[in-house]
Ligand binder design. Structure first.
Ligand SMILES: [Zn+2]
Length: 122
């Protein structure tokens, strides 16, 4: 995955992702204010958007700072190094189902935010 426009699109869709009784109150990444979040997934999406905003790839709204179109070779190199590290840090363990580093703890169980796989609980 190279084009930040695609990443921003996917993340923005997750911002309204709601879980039954999954809402909670937490700080808005990068701000002093707190707000209610519909789910852990929505909060993670906001965190990742904020991370990309820090890197200058996306705005805080999750929109690409620059439309990339066809990428120059040195830009490809930049993303090959930056993007996986940022995602790995913010997400979680490798998922046994899909291999993405998107396994988080949800309601006491391992839950893959990429494919929905539910792993060991407790
Ligand atoms: Zn998975």
């Amino acid at each position: 995955m190279i084009d930040p426009a695609w990443i921003g699109l996917k993340l923005r869709k997750l911002l309204n992702y709601a879980e039954p009784q999954g809402d909670f109150f937490a700080r808005i990444p990068g701000m002093e204010k707190s707000q209610s979040w519909p789910s852990t997934v929505a909060y993670l999406a906001r965190l990742i958007i904020h991370r990309y905003a820090m890197l200058g790839v996306l705005t805080e709204e999750g929109v690409p700072v620059e439309e990339m179109g066809v990428m120059a070779p040195e830009q490809s190199d930049l993303f090959a190094q930056e993007a996986p590290a940022a995602l790995k840090q913010l997400a979680g363990k490798a998922c046994p189902e899909c291999g993405n580093h998107a396994l988080i703890k949800k309601d006491g169980c391992e839950f893959c935010t990429a494919c929905g796989h539910v792993g060991a609980c407790g």
